[in-house]
Design a protein. Structure first.
Length: 246
């Protein structure tokens, strides 16, 4: 009986020891996971603060296209060097309520859900977050990160800065990024010299720059450009361009 009791006692001690080791391992894993998460958060916060004043040197999409094509066309310009009608056209095309929301257009999201489509629900701020900090494609991980980062960008960056970055990193053709490179390539002028029609046609291809043509627009693209032309004039008249125009 004494031997059996001793064996039982040792067995209990071994189980307690194994349980203690397992608990310690889980605690260490949790600490490392927490450190990794906090590290990622710190990196994103640092980049958001840096890019508020420093132009992003490259994005995942630009890098991917450079690897695929061997070169890309890109020429960063300040918002002051971009025709105001180009800025208004981009906003009219992609996010007419840009000046009215804090990163998410709730009304557009509601309409998209009712229509069973995601088209038109993504704001310019969300697109900037996706283009500058994340990657293309549809996944819950990317969407969760985009949703988390967007309000921070809205807090730290001005609306003018958000639009400036958007107009410089948006894909505007096969291997072409930003409105300056697009204006030079398609029209032979700088972004500052684009006419209202040219700006509207460029904005019209933004949802699908690899499938739509600025120089040989389809009837659908022409109709969309005409609608954007009217929209750009409307948001200027009703004050929805005030947050990014002096």
């Amino acid at each position: 009986m004494a031997k059996k009791a001793a064996r039982n006692s040792r067995g209990k001690k071994n189980k307690a020891s194994r349980s203690k080791k397992s608990t310690g391992l889980i605690a260490r894993i949790r600490r490392w996971v927490l450190r990794v998460v906090l590290g990622i958060v710190a990196v994103f916060l640092a980049l958001i603060l840096i890019y508020a004043v420093v132009n992003p040197p490259i994005t995942h999409t630009i890098w991917s296209e450079w690897r695929r094509l061997g070169k890309v066309e890109r020429d960063w310009v300040s918002i002051e060097e971009i025709s105001p009608v180009m800025a208004r056209s981009a906003v009219a095309a992609e996010d007419a309520n840009f000046c009215l929301h804090w990163g998410f257009d709730v009304e557009a999201i509601r309409d998209a859900l009712e229509d069973g489509s995601s088209r038109g629900a993504s704001t310019i701020t969300q697109q900037v977050v996706k283009n500058v900090f994340l990657w293309q494609g549809r996944s819950w991980v990317r969407k969760a990160l985009e949703t988390s980062i967007t309000p921070i960008v809205e807090i730290v960056w001005s609306k003018q800065r958000i639009l400036e970055v958007y107009l410089n990193v948006a894909e505007t053709g096969q291997g072409v990024f930003g409105v300056e490179a697009a204006a030079q390539k398609y029209y032979g002028v700088s972004a500052a010299k684009m006419s209202p029609v040219q700006a509207a046609r460029l904005a019209a291809i933004l949802p699908s720059p690899r499938k739509r043509s600025v120089t040989d627009p389809s009837a659908r693209t022409r109709r969309r450009a005409a609608s954007i032309l009217d929209g750009a004039a409307t948001i200027r008249a009703d004050g929805r361009a005030a947050c990014f125009e002096d």
